[in-house]
Design a protein around this ligand. Structure first.
Ligand code: ADP
Length: 270
């Protein structure tokens, strides 16, 4: 009888421990949902007044302003542009971090979107006297994916390479066919990232302690967005970098998703 009592007591303790663990998981999930909801609502609510400010600033810019007013106008435009970028990044991160937000899976040609991204960034790269080199595989490279998200993924990597490479440097963007995946490689010979920083790089709001990189404006959301989009596409992302020498980000996007199991029309099976 004592043995049975002992066993029952042990079983009861295990059951209680399990129940409190489940309660903790539920609480953490609720907190996570609350956090995502808060970010999404805040960014959404900020968007409308921001659009009003930006629209009015644009209209003011068409008027014949005095030199002092023009200076204030330029400063306000810079501020509103920067705020728009932060709000857009927050909204994007809230969107892609929400597992209930569906992935709009269609056939996407990775070469096409890479080309568009590079064309868009070329003006700012040229202004910084950077060389942008593009190496695209000569065949179509189609993956199942969300075009807006994949555009943002490549855009964030390329704009970081431009941002963190001093004048005169080179940014190289490669798209190639790997085994069962399309490989996107964005390299630069810029500031590089210390080993210590590489460990935290993909976390939200991560910013380095390197003063040279910190001189650039940023939110620390770009690479968190990259990592989340890669995860949603069942892909991989890796970084190779040396402080002062340069950085290479390598992304692998599977030619077909393994988990979803539904073939996408127009996407060849791996
Ligand atoms: P942000 O650029 O807004 O700070 P990111 O999440 O895009 O945020 O990047 C996080 C940090 O990683 C940056 O602050 C920078 O220190 C570092 N980083 C990202 N890309 C590069 C790169 N190509 N070269 C050097 N440092 C980089």
């Amino acid at each position: 009888a004592r043995q049975i009592g002992h066993d029952l007591g042990a079983a009861l303790m295990t059951a209680r421990a399990l129940e409190s663990e489940r309660a903790l998981v539920r609480e953490l999930k609720q907190l996570d949902d609350y956090r995502s909801q808060l970010i999404a609502t805040m960014s959404h609510e900020l968007r409308t007044p921001l659009a009003v400010i930006a629209g009015n600033l644009e209209m003011l810019g068409t008027l014949d302003l005095e030199a002092v007013a023009m200076m204030h106008h330029a400063a306000m435009t810079r501020g509103s542009d920067r705020m728009k970028k932060v709000v857009d990044d927050l909204l994007m991160l809230a969107r892609v971090s929400n597992p209930r937000y569906p992935l709009a899976t269609v056939p996407v040609d990775v070469r096409d979107i890479t080309l568009e991204v590079v064309e868009l960034i070329e003006t700012s790269a040229r202004a910084k006297q950077l060389t942008v080199e593009l190496a695209l595989e000569p065949t179509d490279l189609v993956v199942p994916g969300d075009p807006t998200e994949l555009d943002r993924l490549i855009g964030n990597l390329v704009s970081n390479a431009v941002k963190y490479t001093p004048a005169g440097g080179t940014v190289t963007v490669e798209v190639a066919l790997g085994t069962d995946e399309v490989v996107i490689r964005v390299s630069d010979n810029g500031m590089g990232i210390s080993e210590e920083d590489q460990a935290g790089l993909f976390g939200a709001f991560f910013r380095t302690t390197n003063p040279e990189a910190l001189a650039q404006p940023g939110t620390g959301l770009g690479l968190a967005i990259v990592a989340t989009i890669v995860e949603r596409h069942e892909g991989s992302v890796a970084v190779q970098s040396e402080l002062g020498a340069g950085t290479t980000f390598t992304v692998g996007l599977p030619l077909a998703h393994s988990r979803k199991g539904t073939p996408v029309p127009g996407v060849p099976a791996p």
